[in-house]
Design a protein around this ligand. Structure first.
Ligand code: PEP
Ligand code: MN
Length: 341
């Protein structure tokens, strides 16, 4: 149920509506908008009678939300969500580039890459500290030390940092040191992790599971919003299909569909989707052309020596070239890619 407030309703009217919802034992989610404020209701098991709310002062109408994902849906919030992280704003017509190594490998490595990302005009720095690897014998990440180095890279460059949490213990550390908590494809349906991240004050970048339908994906985002974290960025990163020419199949067509169904920003990760360096730039350009709010790409100055995902890492010169192409394409498509000041 969505309670839509009148344009001339007062803050007290809103408070009264929220209290009324909470007294019924449900959760109220105020959603401010350019035109009007609405209040989403979650936690009810059956349908609610709209007249209960429509008689309250300041209420214009109460509407059922038809989608199973409620707070994520465009029905409850027609305006696209914008997320401010440090000096970067995600969404709202901007195209943001998150770039960095698959994993933080040393202080020198992350500082070198942070400088080149900044210099090339990237907006946020990525780097895994906790790596969810297919094999238990593969490099698992350097943990908290890696997060400290990432924070140092942020101090030096001003780039906000994104890092993955794989469980609740790593979530505590990532939220302490990083600006955005990444939840990876393999944990997209780790519901206890989603609930914990939903209670965090940090924005979350949620990657699509490799076998997740769009509805599964949006329902996972709903877990985050239902706990009160409305700063969620979705990220398409390729799904499993019968194609054998690519690590995964990048489902670019999901971008306009997500934008129709949800107000949340949608990013594209062409690195994990293709798994091969030479395919990353074409898919990154396509993501911008398709209307995505940004991309996440892996970059490494010595990919042959990378401890994970070397074959898909762009070389520094390739990244610089890609940024120049995105700026050119962005100016044609009226998408802004201003560098971080
Ligand atoms: C990553 O971005 O580091 C990663 C592991 O990606 P995914 O979860 O999409 O496989
Ligand atoms: Mn990787």
């Amino acid at each position: 149920m969505l309670v839509v407030m009148k344009k001339d309703s007062t803050p007290d009217d809103l408070k009264r509506v929220v209290r009324f919802i909470e007294d019924l034992g449900y959760r109220a989610h105020p959603i401010p908008g350019a035109e009007r404020t609405a209040v989403g209701i979650t936690g009810n098991s059956g349908s609610l009678d709209p007249t209960m709310f429509e008689v309250l002062p300041g209420v214009a109408q109460a509407l059922p939300v038809t989608q199973p994902y409620k707070l994520v849906s465009r029905e409850v919030k027609p305006e696209p969500t914008r997320i401010r992280v440090g000096s970067v704003e995600i969404g709202g017509g901007r195209f943001s580039v998150i770039a960095g190594p698959c994993a933080v490998e040393s202080e020198a490595q992350i500082l070198t890459i942070a400088r080149l990302v900044k210099q090339a005009g990237g907006h946020l720095l990525r780097g895994g500290a906790f790596k969810p690897r297919t094999s238990p014998y593969s490099f698992q990440g350097l943990g908290e030390q890696a997060l400290r180095w990432l924070a140092r890279a942020r101090e030096e460059t001003g780039l906000p940092v994104v890092s993955e949490a794989v469980d609740e213990a790593s979530l505590r550390l990532v939220e302490e040191h990083a600006d955005i908590i990444q939840i990876g494809a393999r944990n997209m349906q780790n519901f206890s992790l989603l609930r914990a991240a939903g209670r965090s004050g940090r924005p979350v970048l949620l990657k699509r599971g490799m076998s997740a339908s769009l509805e599964d994906f949006l329902m996972s985002a709903e877990y985050l919003l239902s706990e009160g974290n409305y700063n969620v960025i979705l990220c398409e990163r390729g799904i499993r299909t019968f194609s054998q020419h690519s690590r995964f199949t990048l489902d670019l067509s999901v971008v306009p569909v997500v934008q129709k169904k949800s107000h949340l920003p949608i990013f594209v990760d062409p690195s994990h989707a293709t798994g091969v360096r030479d395919r990353v730039a074409p898919m990154a350009r396509a993501a911008l052309a398709a209307g995505a709010d940004g991309i996440m790409v892996e970059v490494h100055p010595a990919p042959d020596r990378a401890l994970s995902d070397g074959p898909q890492a762009l070389l520094p010169t390739q990244f610089e070239q890609l940024m120049a192409q995105l700026r050119a394409l962005g100016s044609v498509l009226e998408r802004r890619l201003e560098p971080v000041s």
